[in-house]
Design a protein. Structure first.
Lengths: 366, 549
């Protein structure tokens, strides 16, 4: 017996969580003597009020789609991949190496090569925790967290000591060749005569991200591999009974997860920065966890949740720019949203379920 | 067997307040009415059986009595006084004790520690422990409830663990003891001993409510019996005034065949040959000790035994998935070809391709993915079957059609393949598993506990399907802890004890008494007592290795 209708489960619950998070954020803003309404209007105006704002919102959302999908694929195998941050960083290294050292005369060629490199590097970084989990039972949460630190330290070393061009003071790689620059969304739209989002970082990767959502959906719900991943995630003993190898599926799910996280690099490293800089991921790997939680590990939900977090990022930036609300408070607001939509999900869900049950009973009794 | 005591003979003084009385108890979960207007009167000093199919509402009713659920309507009277039982603490205060089907004991605590757990008298343990030790000694003497108070739970056999549960309730001064399916994990001898304990408790004036689905137990030990069906209490009668047939009919609402109709087996060529199969688990414990058996096409070999004597390991090895770290030696041949027992080629997918079907012991953990829809579960284990593929994707439409057809043929209700497996009743869940494995037409079908937690109507149906598969010339290995099931289905019976086959018998030439002794590890069955019970001199054989895991 379903406790409540599906729409209430997937839409109403996160929506109420969101409203609660906003209400508490409003109280915090009130407490420091600012107007919550004004803050909200600045955020909405800044993130969604213009094609310029949208350009940034979509750029951030693209990052979060990749990292959110990464978390979701692993989650379906009941693996909690906290390592999106490190895998995305390694994906960036893969992109940088490919673009700097391979002769790629056109972005149309550079994009698939960079995607492949990003996915390979991200997957490789997920492979070690995966095999440790599958063969040795080392908990994947612990190992992936530690691999985030290792990735950060390794990239630090590589950028400063190996990739930094001679004479540069900046711990970053050289610029990628201009012909590999990805077209931005505004350029694509301009080519069909639409003026949209000039000077924004949203680029063709957004379309790749949408495609990734569709492919992940197909993978999870339409392929045998997805069937096996979901079966393992629900019951390991069941999986063994059904002839599904937990070792094999654990490793494959983590490779796909790491690959997706790594692919984020084509958005931020290749599409936006045009070079590999220190800390290029900027926490998107962790936001991916919240996005996947809020999106209930479904690609469509992840798409919507990524848009929301893109809005929060861009709107938060605007808030810092146009009001005297300190930057730190924006982090507080984002954290509240994560707390309510992700961690405190059951706080809203359970009363809601009771409400629906009561409603059904009174209907049934009538 | 029945007590002949004065007030205990099931004919209590009608004027005296009942130990427990329920009036008009109702409880609904969503649209499901688990209990509807239940009336129940349990006189003091009687053993009262509650019997019913799975999902009839027995467990819900007892959960209400123990404070786990709040009834939607109705009242509870204990000793004639109305009480409300909001939680288990209140139930204990009202003198109600509960022995659950799955024991709630801390494995690495001693018996004493478990008994005072939650009933400590103060911050310091020592006074409570020594008080409990005294009480325990008294209880042990009074009711034959002997348990070593300083043994840790994991050293005890299942029968003894159950005694600890009973002692826990008595230590909390329970006057009313509820036992939920207490004999499911016991040997016949242990079950007999339990019944002696229960009779002793009754004769001391305690009231006992026994929830079970075993008609034989009801007939043997209860004074009164109440039958539940679909959330309603359909009858309450004196046990002496009824018969197993009548009770079975009341439970399902129609006549059922308790015995399976089947023609004599016509065994043909051997399908499965097992020689000297030995298995040592990763802790170095020998779980199988030189198992040899064979099954021919067209016959059912039944494996009887108390659970935990190696049956699970045998099924897993034959099914292609010995537990991690296990060392397996010996030889298994199927249709003359050796089956790999370790390494590559030893996985359940490969076994399926070789014609081995498997209805696992635990459908909720192995046989089904409870969150998967019914149609997904029909593909479960067969996810690489060619007819379920369409290019790179799975042909979900084909799977759904297949599932719908199977659910039709096996009368799975509700017949909605889009429902998650957990939304079906136990019997219907099992029918999904049985349909999936039988309809693949395997040469060898491994079956573990086919009807555990399954209602009588479904049991009958599943038994018929198993016999039909046999008659189609397939080999069947049937593992069950239900002796009745083994006796009525199997063409030959092998009894397992402590990883060994104690002996093989023909169902027509053996008795439950003899099988019970074999199950308890006694090889010399020449001198079988009248009942299934153990003669006093052999009481030690009930120490089973069950708890040694």
């Amino acid at each position: 017996m379903e406790k409540m209708p599906k729409w209430a489960d997937v839409i109403l619950t996160p929506l109420i969580s969101l409203v609660l998070a906003m209400a508490i954020s409003a109280l915090v803003i009130l407490a420091i003597g600012e107007s919550p309404l004004e803050a909200l209007s600045v955020m909405v105006e800044g993130a969604l009020g213009s094609s310029y704002g949208w350009g940034f919102t979509l750029y951030y959302a693209t990052n979060f789609i990749f990292t959110g999908l990464a978390v979701a694929v692993a989650y379906h195998a009941s693996l909690f991949n906290i390592g999106g941050e490190g895998q995305a960083a390694m994906g960036g290294l893969g992109v940088a190496l490919a673009l700097l050292y391979l002769p790629l005369p056109h972005w149309g060629l550079a994009l698939p090569v960079a995607m492949l490199a990003a996915a390979l590097f991200g997957a490789a970084w997920a492979f070690i925790p995966a095999i440790l989990q599958a063969k040795r039972g080392s908990h994947i949460v612990i190992t992936t967290i530690m691999f985030n630190f290792i990735a950060a330290a390794a990239l630090n070393y590589i950028l400063v000591s190996l990739l930094r061009p001679v004479g540069s003071m900046d711990p970053a790689s050289a610029r990628f060749p201009a012909e590999t620059n990805l077209p931005s969304l505004s350029e694509i739209l301009a080519s069909v005569g639409i003026l949209w989002g000039r000077n924004t970082p949203a680029n063709v990767t957004f379309l790749v991200a949408v495609l990734a959502c569709i492919l992940v959906w197909l993978l999870i719900w339409r392929t045998r591999l997805g069937f096996e991943i979901r079966a393992l995630g629900r019951s390991e003993r069941g999986a063994i009974y059904a002839g599904i190898s937990p070792v094999r599926i654990t490793v494959i799910a983590m490779l796909i997860s790491g690959g997706l996280a790594g692919m984020m690099a084509i958005n931020n490293v290749m599409g936006e920065a045009g070079r590999l800089v220190l800390n290029a991921v900027e926490g998107a790997g962790f936001i991916g966890i919240a996005v996947a939680l809020m999106g209930r590990n479904h690609p469509f939900g992840i798409f919507l949740a990524a848009l929301l977090f893109g809005f929060l990022y861009q709107g938060g930036g605007e808030l810092a720019l146009w009001t005297s609300i300190p930057r730190e408070l924006i982090v507080v607001i984002q954290a509240l949203v994560i707390l309510f939509t992700g961690a405190l999900d059951n706080m809203v869900r359970m009363p809601l379920e009771r409400l629906f049950l009561a409603a059904r009973r009174s209907r049934g009794g009538a | 067997m029945r007590a002949t005591g004065q007030a205990t003979g099931g004919r209590p003084d009608a004027a005296a307040p009942a130990a427990i009385e329920l009036r008009g108890i109702s409880k609904a979960f969503g649209a499901v009415q688990a209990n509807r207007n239940i009336d129940l009167r349990v006189p003091r000093g009687t053993i009262h059986g509650i019997i019913g199919e799975n999902g009839a509402g027995k467990s819900t009713l007892m959960s209400i009595l123990y404070g786990f659920y709040k009834p939607d309507a109705g009242e509870i009277l204990v000793g004639g006084k109305p009480v409300t039982i909001p939680d288990s603490q209140a139930a204990i205060r009202a003198g109600i004790g509960m022995v659950f089907q799955h024991f709630k004991l801390v494995q690495n605590f001693t018996v004493l520690e478990n008994i005072i757990l939650g009933a400590e008298d103060g911050g310091l343990l020592r006074p409570s422990l020594s008080k409990a030790r005294g009480v325990l000694k008294k209880l042990a003497a009074e009711y034959q409830l002997n348990v070593d108070p300083d043994a840790t739970i994991d050293e005890l056999s299942v029968g003894h663990q159950q005694r600890v549960e009973i002692l826990k309730a008595l230590y909390r001064q329970a006057d009313i003891l509820i036992l939920d399916e207490p004999t499911g994990v016991l040997t016949p001898a242990e079950a007999d001993h339990l019944f002696r304990i229960l009779e002793g408790l009754r004769d001391e004036g305690k009231t006992i409510i026994l929830i079970t689905h075993k008609l034989r137990e009801i007939m043997e030990i209860t004074d009164n019996v109440s039958v539940m069906r679909r959330g309603e209490m359909v009858a309450s009668v004196q046990t002496s005034q009824t018969s197993p047939e009548e009770l079975a009919e009341l439970m399902v609402g129609r006549k059922v065949l308790l015995n399976v109709e089947k023609a004599p087996a016509r065994p043909q060529a051997p399908v499965l040959e097992v020689r000297d199969l030995t298995m040592v688990d990763d802790e170095g414990v020998e779980r199988l000790r030189g198992i040899s058996l064979n099954i021919r096409a067209g016959e059912i070999l039944g494996i009887a035994g108390v659970s935990g004597n190696g049956q699970t390991q045998l099924l897993e090895i034959l099914g292609g998935y010995p537990e991690k770290g296990a060392r397996v030696t010996g030889e298994v041949r199927m249709n003359g070809r050796p089956l790999p027992l370790t390494g590559r080629g030893c996985d359940s997918g490969q076994r399926r391709r070789e014609g081995v079907g498997h209805i696992p012991e635990d459908r909720q953990v192995e046989g089904l993915i409870m969150d998967f829809k019914a149609w997904e579960n029909v593909a479960f284990g067969w996810q690489d079957a060619p007819e379920f593929q369409r290019g790179l994707l799975m042909d979900n439409d084909a799977i759904r059609r297949d599932a719908q057809a199977k659910m039709e043929r096996f009368d799975v209700r509700p017949r909605d393949c889009h429902l998650a497996a957990r939304n079906f009743s136990g019997g219907n869940q099992q029918k999904i598993v049985v349909a999936r494995e039988i309809e693949r037409n395997p040469d060898l079908l491994l079956i573990g506990q086919p009807t555990r937690g399954v209602d009588i109507g479904a049991i009958e149906f599943i038994h018929k399907q198993i016999v039909a598969l046999r008659d189609a010339g397939k080999a069947i290995l049937l593992v069950s802890v239900e002796l009745d099931e083994i006796l009525s289905l199997a063409d030959r019976i092998a009894v397992m004890f402590d990883g060994r086959i104690m002996g093989e018998r023909l169902p027509s030439e053996t008795t439950t008494g003899e099988l019970g002794l074999l199950m308890a590890g006694v090889t010399d069955t020449t001198n079988i007592p009248e009942s299934a019970g153990i003669p006093p001199g052999q009481a030690h054989v009930e120490e089973l290795p069950e708890g040694s895991a």
